[in-house]
Design a protein around this ligand. Structure first.
Ligand code: GLN
Length: 452
């Protein structure tokens, strides 16, 4: 009970951050009472005492799931996402649903029907996106763990901006059943937290095959093992990423310092050429927009959420519902996606991007098979000002430059806080590893935290 009250206090003290779309205070207290009773007679699950927040694009039966979109206003989930059910089965307590960018599309949490999320470190700055509410809530102690989603960096980038840890697991590691789809071949459920142990425990509860998601992996779920500080790793940093013009000096310098510290600790640290870096963002955006335009076709005013009232016929009803219900960024992506999938442009955009994705995957797979970890900064800069990129979508997309590689390749990646810039804003470093190496990533993250 105490943990729930503590979270609720922190949430109310930080209400201006706007990290939550809704708080389930009474329900959480009720559940805490039940779990306290279970604890008293030793019947409690593995997650008893853990307070969890879930992103607004995850289904919890009989609770609203709006993906921060006006088109889903008032929509309630009619079932619970597998990943969330597995947490409930282990006695986790859900404290509320987090604000996010509409359908997970954005890098600043400014595209939300619930309004923007502010960075708890500096309220004039963004918390990152799309899981901005999740990262902010973890940062100010609104929950122990936030379950977000990560399609191209949505868990890692806000984690870096708010100074917490963010894990994107291997694609297929956690069932997507009950996660509102954005780009199905990239979507993963992400975990944000401050404690590596908690994140590892939550991952081991959520991961594993689910008959409701045909893409979920049958690979065995390993148990997290305590880090072995004597292991010396072979590490590569992506040279082209560290040299990129968009990097701020402070992010570059801090990452180099961290790499130096690793070398001094006896790890083998080498530069790695990745000349395909400039193809990452175009490939990611062409393919995710294409998938989004198809996934979002289902919001037609008939089956879900809001319906426009003043239409004279069916066609007009579709048109009006979608024009009013979707925000600007979502519309931009649906239009882009429809364009790249259209008969005249399919070959020059969509199928070409699929081929480039294969090259990027192969090249990345080669690197992660040669090294234990690939390292880049998580983001080119620290948190930017609210509204700073509002008029320039390309500048906004650039903040995903370094996170989309793991998403295009499907490999796991984790953002670890490695200090702050001169104005006190958090800096994150990204570590990537081979498929299903989440344990190794978590152990290494723990080790990195101990170095700082
Ligand atoms: N910012 C990226 C995008 O807008 C990533 C979002 C995400 O991972 N959901 O697509």
């Amino acid at each position: 009970m105490e943990v729930v009250e503590n979270s609720l206090n922190n949430i109310s003290k930080n209400s201006a951050v706007n990290a939550f779309a809704e708080i389930y205070a009474d329900e959480a207290k009720e559940r805490a009472r039940e779990i306290d009773a279970k604890l008293a007679d030793d019947r409690a699950g593995r997650l008893a005492g853990l307070v969890i927040a879930i992103k607004d694009n995850l289904c919890l039966n009989n609770h609203p799931a709006e993906a921060a979109s006006a088109i889903l206003s008032g929509s309630k989930a009619v079932y619970t996402a597998t990943a969330i059910q597995r947490l409930l089965d282990e006695d986790a307590i859900i404290i509320g649903r987090n604000n996010c960018d509409e359908f997970g599309m954005g890098s600043s949490n400014e595209n939300s029907k619930h309004g923007p999320v502010k960075n708890p470190v500096d309220p004039s700055r963004v918390a990152g996106g799309s899981s901005g509410g999740s990262a902010a809530a973890v940062a100010y102690g609104g929950c122990h763990i936030a379950i977000g989603s990560d399609t191209g960096g949505s868990g890692r980038q806000p984690a870096a901006f708010c100074g917490v840890l963010g894990l994107k697991p291997t694609y297929s590691r956690i069932s997507r059943y009950g996660l509102i789809a954005y780009a199905s071949s990239f979507d993963t459920i992400g975990i944000l937290g401050k404690s590596v142990d908690d994140m590892a425990l939550v991952l081991s509860c959520m991961a594993g095959y689910d008959p409701h998601d045909a893409t979920s992996s049958r690979q065995k779920v390993q148990n997290f093992t305590r880090p072995d500080n004597t292991t010396k790793y072979k590490i590569a940093y992506v040279k082209d990423a560290l040299m990129h013009d968009s990097l701020s000096t402070e992010v570059r310098d801090r990452t180099h310092e961290q790499l130096e510290a690793l070398t001094n600790e006896g790890h083998q640290v080498e530069p790695l050429d990745f000349e395909l870096l400039e193809y990452l963002l175009p490939t990611y955006y062409i393919l995710t927009c294409a998938e989004a335009s198809s996934n979002l076709a289902r919001y037609d005013g008939v089956r879900y959420g809001e319906r426009a009232k003043d239409a004279n016929n069916l066609e007009e009803m579709y048109e009006l519902t979608r024009s009013v219900g979707f925000g600007e960024e979502v519309k931009r992506r649906i239009l882009t996606g429809t364009f790249v999938l259209s008969a005249d442009y399919y070959d020059s955009y969509f199928s070409k991007a699929q081929k480039v994705r294969r090259l990027l995957r192969d090249e990345t797979a080669r690197a992660v098979s040669k090294y234990d970890f690939l390292i880049t900064p998580t983001t080119p800069t620290t948190a930017f000002k609210l509204g700073e990129h509002a008029a320039d979508p390309l500048a906004m997309y650039l903040s995903d430059l370094l996170t989309v590689q793991a998403s295009v390749a499907g490999i796991p990646a984790l953002s670890v806080p490695i200090g702050n810039d001169e104005s006190g804003l958090p800096i994150g470093m990204q570590i990537m590893a081979d498929n299903f190496q989440e344990n190794k990533l978590l152990s290494f993250a723990n080790y990195l935290l101990s170095l700082n």
